[in-house]
Write a new protein. Structure first.
Length: 317
């Protein structure tokens, strides 16, 4: 076809059509995204309020987290922080700053009250810096990064800010969602710190939620822990089923008047192994290989699934 394929075969990228597939072992068929939003709508007493999403590489964790962040922000009116972890990174100070900035962006009508209600005396430099951007000279509008003393903010400071933010959010009938992607990339101890943070916030029954992601080894450790992981609901993402693969490929194509042959969808499911990134790669390749303007055939998918020329030779060497 002569048009750009409507698929994104890149790790960490948001697909053009998000498929809300169930988590592993769930019996009611509810999608993971729907489960996250429903839990937060139920209130902090729901045991799924703080969640650890586990899955291997290319399993679609980041796409789910981003979709959850958007849904919670728009449907529930919550302030949302999204933090992507990097290897050996310290994240506590960054999250402190991002929480305050997210609240200011989401609830501008409450900025006059927010500063005094949320900012802790320990964060005096942040309070002074944060007030500079408001046209009327009040409230918290833009929180500058690099404020002295915050880069190495302690767990206690983050806990304090989260509790104050939760109380303020409760007072306006809203909530705060903090999304932290790939927590197993953090320096030792910081992943556990977020587990302890969920326990601390849950103890006060605040409208604050932690939505974390990691690979299976850390999830297994959390599941066995009676301490830092006690309040984290562990959800596991497995491979996509046939219906999920068919939806992910067919919907973006149908929006452009293109149809996948049933045999092409079956081959895409088998060839991809249900990995979301591989599904996107096959969709991209099949679209590019298709000769007809309105139909993607099993031959097109087979062409996309075929290893590149020279791949076998490279492996043999």
């Amino acid at each position: 076809m002569n048009s750009c394929p409507p698929y994104r075969p890149l790790r960490g990228s948001q697909p053009p059509h998000f498929v809300d597939r169930p988590e592993v072992g769930q019996l009611d068929g509810q999608g993971a995204l729907a489960s996250v939003v429903a839990a937060l709508a139920n209130g902090p007493a729901d045991p799924r309020t703080h969640r650890l999403l586990a899955g291997g590489p290319a399993m679609g964790k980041t796409a789910l987290l981003r979709s959850a962040a958007a849904e919670v922000r728009h449907r529930l009116g919550w302030a949302v922080v999204f933090h992507s972890c990097r290897p050996k990174q310290r994240a506590l100070g960054t999250v402190v700053v991002d929480v305050l900035a997210a609240m200011a962006r989401q609830w501008p009508e409450h900025q006059a009250l927010m500063g005094d209600a949320v900012l802790h005396p320990r964060l005096g430099d942040l309070a002074r810096g944060a007030r500079l951007a408001h046209p009327a000279g009040r409230g918290v509008v833009a929180v500058p990064r690099g404020v002295d003393g915050l880069a190495e903010a302690s767990w206690a400071e983050l806990r304090t800010v989260m509790h104050l933010a939760g109380r303020f959010a409760s007072s306006i009938d809203r909530g705060l969602l903090v999304v932290v992607d790939d927590i197993d990339a953090l320096v030792p101890g910081e992943a556990e710190a977020f587990g302890w943070l969920s326990r601390s916030v849950a103890g006060e029954c605040l409208p604050v939620s932690l939505l974390l992601s990691c690979r299976p080894p850390l999830a297994e450790r959390v599941a066995r822990s009676g301490n830092f992981g006690a309040t984290l609901w562990v959800s596991r993402l497995g491979p996509m089923g046939f219906d999920d693969v068919a939806e992910a490929l067919s919907v973006p194509a149908a929006e452009r008047g293109v149809v996948f042959a049933p045999e092409a969808l079956e081959l895409a499911h088998r060839s991809s192994g249900g990995l979301p990134v591989e599904v996107q790669r096959l969709g991209f390749g099949a679209w590019s290989a298709a000769a007809g303007p309105h139909l993607i055939t099993v031959e097109d998918v087979a062409s996309a699934a075929r290893p590149p020329a020279g791949a076998a030779m490279a492996v043999a060497c």
